[in-house]
Design a protein around this ligand. Structure first.
Ligand SMILES: CC(C)(COP(=O)(O)OP(=O)(O)OC[C@H]1O[C@@H](n2cnc3c(N)ncnc32)[C@H](O)[C@@H]1OP(=O)(O)O)[C@@H](O)C(=O)NCCC(=O)NCCS
Length: 170
């Protein structure tokens, strides 16, 4: 198994893998086409931290992320790390992590900020996450910590426009 820098030519294969990893019995919306588009966008945000794991000429894992200049230096953000199910538990995730962290350090990054999934009883349907993606424990084991003072927020655009209009006309 080889870890190497990802290139623009890898994007279709990376997108196919992303779609495969995130497709479940009840969620099929991240089609290969949408995944390829998303991975191309993410790759272009910071190609330096994009890496792939290759086995027998096939991409079996990848990491892509963006970078954001912030008050204290560069933050690596919006990272996506995903390994083909058949290849998990072989430290491929950790090896990709080692490579991208070293590359990020060279860029002057001071931190890696990410989102991980946790089970929540009141999750809305559009954020109904399959249990195999609850990987906070994996991140905590590898040095990440949870910031309890932060919450991820999201809003449907039509509801937000309506609410904002209501608030302004109240
Ligand atoms: C999370 C993921 C990237 C881990 O990749 P991986 O290559 O299987 O992980 P590694 O083999 O490098 O794991 C290293 C260690 O973490 C442990 N580990 C693996 N999955 C774990 C999990 N879900 N929770 C806690 N520990 C885990 C391994 O046992 C191993 O421990 P060890 O060093 O004591 O032997 C992979 O499971 C994956 O692609 N999942 C689907 C996509 C996903 O959920 N990505 C993260 C979104 S937040």
């Amino acid at each position: 198994m080889e870890i190497r820098q990802a290139t623009a030519q890898d994007i279709p294969e990376i997108g196919q893998l992303f779609s495969k990893v995130y497709t479940t019995k009840s969620f099929k919306d991240f089609t290969p086409e949408k995944a390829i588009e998303a991975m191309r966008w993410l790759f272009n945000r910071c190609p330096e931290v994009a890496f792939v794991a290759v086995e027998d000429g096939k991409i079996v894992g990848a990491h892509l992320a963006g970078s954001k200049p912030w008050f204290d230096g560069i933050h690596i953000v919006d990272g996506e790390l995903f390994i083909d199910e058949k290849y998990r538990g072989q430290h491929i995730g950790l090896k990709l992590t080692q490579h991208y962290l070293n590359a990020a350090k060279k860029l002057g990054a001071v931190s890696v900020d990410g989102i991980s999934f946790v089970p929540a009883p009141n999750s809305e349907n559009r954020w109904d996450i399959a249990p195999q993606f609850f990987n906070l424990a994996w991140h905590e084991k590898n040095g990440f910590y949870r910031i309890d003072q932060m919450a991820v927020i999201s809003g449907d655009i039509d509801e937000l426009i309506q609410k904002t209009n209501e608030r302004l006309t109240a």
